[in-house]
Design a protein around this ligand. Structure first.
Ligand SMILES: Cc1cc2nc3c(=O)[nH]c(=O)nc-3n(C[C@H](O)[C@H](O)[C@H](O)COP(=O)(O)O)c2cc1C
Length: 395
């Protein structure tokens, strides 16, 4: 994404400190980040923190005589590509909903024409107060995005709704708004990710090294590009995704069941999961029950070939993409896979190459279609995800 301007509005809620993490991450990612604080927010975190993290002056005073950009609230409002107010206090929601512009933040937000995201955070009783609910409903009706606060133990020790979502969630909302390429709008994309687990007995299981990162990046990118995304995922250590309908599964059989029943409805299906080829015929404990203690070796049977099934049941116009993990003759075998499984795109993973593979954040792949073999350089998995979506929409 080219360097875009993000304005963060921070109000006087206890969660204000959490925005330091977001401001730091966005700045590191290359965005031009400006923070506007309310006077009360400075009771919770200092402007100096944000200035140090963003490299930009933190703005508080509507009447500061700083001529760098002319009238500051107007120039920042014009420059902003997206505006996030987090945490948004009950007080701020009330002001914004009623057109009150009595400080730098409320004045700038009123002048902003870019997408506005509001992340309310407060004590549960304040959140559930009909006045707060009415203000939020009104702000939503104006087309602003209001993020639902999370439930949990709040700073006031109450348990309930009102907690600011994690940085990752706020980040995803921002990225979705900043992504101007909406070529997947109106499309249903079904993605599988992660490994499957096949139990040998109640304690042990067979699995593989898939981290799920590639599939998750694909789901994120498709969501940012406007798709309605369903992600069928094996057990992974990744944070749940915003805006993505996530279906958790454990075994290859479950993955097959969940994918096959949803595939009919999808415009694009991407199988990025590393599904175990084999599953135990019977578990070791079943063998013990049968009294065959001496014969403990577990025998395996083949799991269903999900990609082959998807290829055989492809509906007209549907695009199918699979991943290929060959350790030998990668391109040759990947092309064979494309033909045999009736896929439209195979993403061949150069597992043995530096920077490629399961666990890391980068990958080295070659995109294989009927008419093309396109090697890509070392890229982040997020970039590979975009390249895969580009290739699928070009088909
Ligand atoms: C310790 C403390 C924590 C607070 N946390 C919140 C909060 O999380 N959410 C909220 O809406 N108000 C909270 N308040 C109340 C606001 O600070 C108060 O309503 C203030 O007027 C908000 O000003 P602002 O919206 O201009 O920043 C808190 C107050 C105190 C003293």
């Amino acid at each position: 994404m080219e360097k875009k301007t993000i304005v963060l509005g921070v109000t006087g809620g206890i969660a204000a400190y959490k925005i330091a993490d977001l401001a730091s991450r966005l700045t590191k990612e290359g965005f031009d980040v400006h923070v506007i604080m309310t006077k009360n927010a400075t009771e919770f975190i200092t402007p100096l923190t944000f200035e140090t993290l963003t490299g930009n002056k933190c703005i508080l005073d509507t009447f500061a005589r700083d001529f760098e950009w002319g009238v500051k609230h107007i120039s920042l409002a014009k420059r902003a590509d997206v505006f996030l107010i987090a945490p948004a206090t009950a007080n701020f929601l009330g002001k914004m909903a009623h057109g009150i512009a009595d400080d730098m933040l409320t004045t700038t937000v009123m002048a902003a024409t870019c997408p506005i995201i509001i992340s309310p955070s407060m004590n549960t009783a304040m959140y559930e107060n009909p006045v707060t609910q009415k203000n939020m409903a009104f702000l939503k009706s104006l087309g602003h995005t209001v993020i639902d606060p999370e439930e949990g133990v709040l700073a006031c020790r109450d348990i309930g709704k009102g907690r600011l979502p994690e940085t990752e969630v706020l980040h995803s909302f921002l990225m979705e708004k900043l992504c101007s390429k909406k070529d997947y709008a109106g499309k249903k994309v079904l993605i599988t990710a992660g490994p499957t687990q096949e139990s040998i007995d109640p304690v042990r299981f067979v699995t593989n090294h898939s981290s799920g990162k590639m599939g998750y990046e694909l789901a994120k990118a498709a969501f940012y590009r406007g798709a309605e995304v369903t992600l069928v995922t094996g057990q992974v250590a990744l944070k749940p995704l915003v805006g993505v309908n996530t279906v958790p599964v454990v075994t290859a059989e479950e993955m097959f069941r969940e994918v096959s029943k949803r595939a009919e409805d999808a415009d694009v299906v991407i199988k990025a999961a590393a599904v175990a080829d084999f599953t135990p015929k019977e578990t070791a404990s079943e063998k013990i029950k049968k009294g065959s203690e001496e014969e403990m070796a577990v025998s395996f049977q083949r799991t269903k070939d999900i990609l082959a099934y998807l290829g055989e049941h492809k509906k007209p116009g549907q695009k199918l993409c699979g991943f290929s993990m060959e350790t030998e003759h990668l391109l040759e075998n990947s092309r064979k896979k494309l033909e045999k499984k009736h896929a439209d795109l195979i993403v061949a993973n150069h597992l043995k190459q530096e920077g490629a593979g399961f666990a890391g954040d980068t990958n080295v792949v070659t995109l294989i279609t009927k008419d093309d073999t396109r090697p890509l350089p070392l890229m982040s998995k997020a970039e590979v995800a975009d390249a895969v979506l580009d290739a699928l929409s070009e088909l």
